[in-house]
Ligand binder design. Sequence first.
Ligand code: SAM
Ligand code: DTB
Ligand code: SF4
Length: 360
Amino acid sequence: MNVMTASVALNDGRTPAQAGAQGNERDAGSPVRTDWTRTEIADLFDLPFDELMFRAQTVHRAHHAIGQVQLCTLLSIKTGGCPEDCGYCSQSASADTQLKAEKLMEVQAVLASAAEAKAAGSQRFCMGAAWRNPKDRDMDAVIAMVEGVRAMGMETCMTLGMLTPDQAQRLAAAGLDYYNHNIDTSPENYANIISTRSFEDRLDTLAHVRAAGINVCSGGIVGLGETRSDRVGFVHALATLPRHPESVPVNALVPVKGTVLGNMLADTPLAKIDDIEFVRTVAVARITMPLSMVRLSAGRESMSDATQALCFMAGANSIFTGDQLLTTGNAGDDADAALLAKLGMTPMVGEEPMRRSSCC
Ligand code: SAM
Ligand code: DTB
Ligand code: SF4
């Protein structure tokens, strides 16, 4: 791997490589640091925008293919009726969203949808379930989905809520490539957004996924009414995990009427996250987690082309394609094809940095 050594100076004058040598042993000598302080991250957020973008772009170019965007497709395999009370989510049974709760999809229907995604050029198929956690009786079906999608030559990702160590190991044995489990916001803001589980519950599942050898996808949401300090705490929590997530989805809140946060935003439209602050968050994620894929996730439908272009400049290099995310709209294939053509960007080919055999 082409390891960057000296081009980006940290606030304290050390290069990431020097700092990494003081971080955990696994990453010694690499540019990856897991010992970021909140002050360092807050200082990155505070940089003049042009300097922040320059640093993010420099880190990005050292590790990632330029002009390439990874394309992923999402499918809701079990929609609605979720017992958790996440204040942003249309699928929570506590939300007043009229969303009809459905049963787990049949395996064949999931595989048909994956085949369509593959034909449309998608590289990864992400399957999401509105569960607090999968029941053991659900495991055979989800395992058949993983095996079937993999047999088509696509990468697989699942997001099913909390996992036990045993469930994580079963998914790993089936060949699951990634597990998505977001920390969503700072540890101190977590209880303002979700009361039915704790931030530590999230970390526990991430540890089970890691221990099982599945690649970790973990990120969160910007625009929940959180403070700058919460965004600092959110990036800090991810960038100081024992190993950075291979993928970091950064969602912009999609305000859904009938959810706590959707209603809040409808009442106070000025609460919508500022585009520049969103781009800053992407850039700081890129700088602090140099090898991770940073995915521009929910919220692209209402984002201008210019804001999305700034996010790519800031180091985002993955998107969800298609007209639908889980229950809300997405930019759509035509809009994305036009955007990528306008920007001269192409679908990603090749291995992600953290999955190259020479990495970490
Ligand atoms: N139930 C599983 C869980 O919570 O881990 C998986 C599905 S959940 C919908 C996946 C992620 O989608 C959440 O963690 C959150 O970050 C994001 N999300 C959900 N609703 C959203 C919304 N309205 N706007 C932006 N992101 C959202
Ligand atoms: C993630 O961070 N964003 C995706 C994926 N992981 C599963 C989900 C976005 C959901 C947006 C709201 C919805 O469509 O219901
Ligand atoms: Fe359930 Fe996941 Fe939605 Fe929370 S984010 S209510 S856990 S589906």
